[in-house]
Every structure is written in C-alpha cells, then in structure tokens.
Design a protein around this ligand. Structure first.
Ligand code: GLN
Length: 198
C-alpha cells in the first residue's frame, strides 16, 4: 500500500520507517493534493494542539474527513488519537470525531510522563505524555489493553493507539491497521459526490 504519514509536526519519521519495513511505500502528507495518491494514512504522535492549528492553517481538515469517510485505513497514535477522538478533555479541545471515544490528554500524571510497559496481551508499549481512553462507544472494538484499560481500539477503518507503536520493534499495530482486507474494503459512498475515490 501507499501510506501517507501526516507530517506537520511530531513523530512522523519513525512511522515512515516502520511502514517501509513492512513493504509499504510512504509519502509525507503536508498538502491537500497528497491525499490523492495514498491508500492509507498515519496520524502520528506529537502535540495535538499544534497539529490541529496546522491542519486548519494548511486547510487539511476537509481532506482528512473525506479520507476517513471514504473508508480508507487510518492509524492514529497518541496525539493522532486525540485528533481522531469524538471528545477530548483535560483540557477540552476540538477534534475530528472519527472514533467514538472520550480521551483525556496527558493523563498519566507528571510523575510518570513517559514509560515503557507490556500490554495485557504481551505486546510492548511506549507511552509519552499519553492520553487515556475514558469511554468507548458501542461500535468501538478494543484490541489491546494495559492493566485492563483500553490502549488500542478500532472503529471501522480507523485504528487508534494511546502509545507509540513506531518506537517499539513490534509491527503488529501496523498489521492490524493496514490489513489487505481493509484496503480492499474501502467504502464507495453512494450519495457522496465529494468522496475522493468514489
Ligand atoms: N500530550 C500530547 C498531546 O496532548 C500527546 C503526546 C504524544 O503524542 N506523544 O497532544
């Protein structure tokens, strides 16, 4: 697949490396036009407030929305999850609402800002000033947990992690997000003349 990495701010290079190591082609996405040539997208970690401002400044919000609604696979990590969430607290912040979860930013407290751990399923996790998922909607599947709480979720074509999978040596999150079947299942919305690939 050709995977775009939103490259406005934050930890995008390591994502590109990980995607390439799995045989994907990668494109750094910075302009509306870049969306025309990608099959999947990564929303990387970083600072969600800054990323949101840059999305607005470069007029990428509509392209992001169309890409998500068209059913293309999206992997959103950490700040990316904060952008993709329905509701953001601590502090409240506008978001794109791709997945029906409520998240709290920087939610592990100052003492344990950043840490490494193992998920309940035995996968390595790297948390950096990570958000916590406080609530998941009915349509959300929980794919990974840490001490019982969701850290990896999926709703339709959008997979989200509170941690940084690109900083581990375990590519399973990419395999989950960019499965072949998912690429083939790209929705072709009928009455949506704005869909980029409809
Ligand atoms: N704390 C950041 C935010 O609120 C997210 C941190 C990260 O992406 N590693 O946007």
């Amino acid at each position: 697949m050709r995977i775009g990495i939103l490259a406005l701010q934050g930890a995008f290079e390591k994502h590109a490396e990980m995607a390439r190591s799995l045989g994907h082609e990668t494109i750094l996405v910075r302009r509306k036009d870049d969306f025309e040539s990608i099959d999947g997208l990564v929303l990387p970690g970083g600072e969600s407030t800054v990323q949101l401002k840059l999305i607005v400044r470069f007029e990428l919000e509509w392209s992001l929305m169309r890409f998500a609604v068209a059913g293309h696979p999206i992997l959103a990590t950490c700040a990316g999850l904060i952008l993709a969430a329905r509701t953001v607290t601590q502090p409240e912040q506008r978001s794109l609402g791709f997945v029906d979860v409520r998240v709290a930013r920087n939610a592990w407290g100052r003492q344990i800002d950043s840490f490494e751990a193992m998920s309940d399923e035995g996968h390595p996790l790297v948390f950096i000033r990570a958000p916590r998922i406080l609530e998941v909607g009915e349509k959300v599947d929980v794919l990974g947990r840490f001490r019982g709480e969701p850290v990896l979720i999926r709703q339709g074509n959008v997979t989200c992690a509170t941690f940084h999978p690109e900083l581990t040596n375990d590519p399973y999150v990419y395999r989950l997000a960019f499965r072949k079947s998912q690429a083939n299942a790209v929705a072709q919305p009928k009455n949506d003349t704005h869909a980029p690939h409809a």
